[in-house]
Design a protein around this ligand. Structure first.
Ligand SMILES: [Zn+2]
Length: 399
């Protein structure tokens, strides 16, 4: 059996007045997703369990068949996996953003999209000045860096993602709880060092947001996730994504990460290249998971035109060729769904169950209607424990 899973990230939404009380998914022309829904079935799946924040780390883990209540230990450990940073069970990982705080107010969670080279210099100098045994900085892309702690200190801290507190007083959201002291010391020392750093002098002169400090959040231990093959018996899996977080999940699952030239997390991504690579990968892999971030990013900008265009491009250039290719195998199944909704009206991730559609071998048709939130919700296929979807998709198990 060959399996394809295509994730238009954040594609689901709520009806919008601008769209005549329809959702972007209802308005977008998606003949291939509609074919899947009408040949097969559609329904809804709750991918964000109660008590979790709606985000791709939680929702994707869930739809991959791993209960976040059991396996989610934080966002930073997943990104550490993407960077192949070795972690023992007792090591801690923190996301270490470079941010801009001015007059005590969080102005920018990305320090003006600071360059890799600038970030490396700042964190290198900070590590030297701190000289704290057990703490190691790892440079990621731009402002997205990691801090690993290998030592005997225990943490039970509340932290806050800096992108969730724009224009708020930073002091209100600094780490609190057991172990917070050392984290706040690192953040405070970065403030003092970065204030007079030459890189920030240049950034200010050129009109860019300076990196005024590091901001620590998203902490956790490495998750102990069983490999996908051990959990589901499907041998060779592959991930195609422009996002570190999902590359990290693939590493933990024991899957291969495939690259596509020109793949980004925005609407400028190489949709056609991703479609070709996803279809081609089905020859070599039993399961191919292809994730497109663009609809989510457009939703965060409240840009419904781009969101609709992104959905249409995914349908035409990814779902279309993959559906055509997978039909050439004797046994196959395909699943299309966003990991979570991202709502244009609020510019934030939503908590509504995600609509999904699937088709293929022994998947019987139930609902005669194109794929969208309304038709999916009208189906009696409602999966409350989202991590059960994978078993159902792979084997048509009972729900
Ligand atoms: Zn998002």
């Amino acid at each position: 059996m060959k399996y394809a899973i295509i994730i238009p990230d954040g594609a689901a939404d709520e009806p919008l007045e601008e769209l005549g009380n329809k959702t972007p998914l209802e308005v977008a022309a998606t003949p291939n997703m509609d074919k899947i829904a009408m040949e097969g079935r559609q329904g809804t799946v709750r991918t964000v369990p109660d008590g979790f924040e709606s985000g791709s780390d939680v929702a994707t883990m869930c739809l991959l068949g791993y209960d976040p209540k059991v396996y989610h230990t934080g966002r930073a450990p997943l990104e550490a996996a993407a960077q192949s940073i070795p972690l023992s069970a007792t090591d801690w990982v923190f996301r270490c953003n470079l941010v801009t705080v001015i007059d005590g107010v969080m102005k920018d969670h990305s320090a003006g999209g600071i360059s890799d080279a600038e970030a490396q210099k700042l964190l290198g100098d900070l590590a030297r000045q701190l000289n704290l045994p057990g703490f190691e900085f790892y440079n990621g892309v731009s402002y997205r860096n990691l801090l690993v702690y290998r030592g005997s200190e225990e943490f039970d801290v509340q932290t806050k993602p800096p992108h969730e507190i724009p224009e708020e007083p930073a002091a209100k959201w600094v780490p609190k709880g057991k172990g917070a002291e050392i984290l706040n010391r690192i953040m405070d020392e970065s403030k003092a060092l970065f204030a007079k750093h030459e890189i920030n002098e240049v950034r200010r002169e050129t009109g860019n947001n300076p990196a005024t400090q590091v901001w620590l959040w998203g902490q956790g231990h490495a998750p102990a996730m069983p490999k996908f093959v051990d959990r589901f018996g499907v041998k060779d899996g592959a991930m195609i994504t422009g996002v570190d977080l999902l590359r990290g999940l693939a590493e933990l699952l024991g899957w291969s990460n495939l690259s596509v030239e020109g793949m980004t997390s925005f609407h400028d991504t190489n949709y056609a290249g991703q479609g070709v690579e996803t279809a081609r990968a089905l020859d070599r892999f039993d399961l191919v998971f292809s994730h497109v971030e663009a609809p989510d990013e457009a939703s965060h900008q409240a840009d419904w035109k781009t969101k609709i265009a992104a959905i249409e491009h995914i349908d035409r250039y990814v779902v279309g060729p993959v559906l055509e290719k997978i039909r050439t195998f004797p046994e196959w199944r395909i699943l299309v769904m966003p990991d979570h909704p991202t709502n244009i009206a609020t510019r934030k991730h939503g908590y509504a169950p995600s609509p999904f559609c699937m088709a293929g071998t022994r998947v019987k048709s139930v609902v005669k209607g194109p794929y969208n939130e309304r038709n999916a919700a009208a189906s009696d296929l409602k999966i409350e424990r989202g991590h059960e979807l994978m078993e159902y998709f792979l084997r048509g198990g009972n729900l």
